[in-house]
Write a protein that binds this ligand. Structure first.
Ligand SMILES: CC(C)(COP(=O)(O)OP(=O)(O)OC[C@H]1O[C@@H](n2cnc3c(N)ncnc32)[C@H](O)[C@@H]1OP(=O)(O)O)[C@@H](O)C(=O)NCCC(=O)NCCS
Length: 185
């Protein structure tokens, strides 16, 4: 497996491993962390499958999916997860998704995490466009994406079905040529 690792001042992204299942479950299985995500809190078994899919994807050629464990620089334990999914039909473009354990929220780490993921996508993968979709009610994600340089692009009506109802998504994006001013990580 090609091993990807990228470090910023406060965070590090490294390839997810089977040892990260519990740490990822602390995000994907947490009702607070998943409140605005388009799925119910995941079971540990479902998170095992997420990790298994990430490991399979890491072997694929071309590689379209990167799933990173998010750690602090001097620690190996994951405090969050970041995904970057390249569109097979539009390989200049990728969707990102991220989540931090709630006890790390509110200290700028989410903004740093988005910056670091953009740095990886633009500098290492040479992507041209990176986008993310959020719930209209997800103010923390809105502010973090805006501060990291991802402009609001528009609304996809009834984009997802979550908790038994249709939900719109707000799309944010960053373009390679706009991103230079937001490179600080
Ligand atoms: C989105 C997420 C990563 C943000 O992480 P974070 O570390 O709390 O974000 P930051 O500390 O960088 O905060 C970003 C901005 O949002 C603000 N903010 C944070 N939480 C907030 C909240 N609950 N309500 C309103 N504003 C909030 C911060 O004040 C900051 O604004 P500022 O730069 O003007 O001060 C985190 O909330 C998370 O993991 N959520 C669960 C998963 C999720 O929703 N992922 C995004 C899917 S699109």
């Amino acid at each position: 497996m090609r091993h990807v690792e990228i470090s910023g001042k406060r965070l590090r992204l490294r390839e997810v491993t089977v040892d990260d299942v519990d740490a990822l479950h602390a995000v994907y299985g947490d009702p607070t962390a998943t409140e605005h995500l388009p799925f119910d809190p995941r079971t540990r078994e479902e998170v095992e499958e997420v990790v298994a899919e990430a490991l399979r994807a890491a072997e694929a050629e071309p590689r379209l999916l990167y799933v990173f464990a998010v750690t602090e620089p001097e620690s190996s334990g994951a405090i969050g997860v970041a995904r970057l999914h390249i569109e097979a039909d539009h390989p200049h473009s990728a969707e990102i998704g991220l989540g931090l354990r709630p006890d790390h929220w509110g200290r700028g780490m989410g903004t740093d995490l988005i910056r670091l993921t953009l740095l990886f996508g633009f500098k290492h993968l040479r992507l041209h466009r990176i986008w993310g979709a959020r719930s209209p009610a997800n103010t923390a994600a809105q502010l973090a994406m805006l501060v990291a340089g991802m402009v609001e692009e528009g609304r996809i009506r009834h984009h997802v079905r979550a908790r038994g109802v249709w939900r719109d998504s707000i799309v944010h994006s960053a373009l390679e040529d706009e991103w230079e001013g937001h490179r600080e990580t």
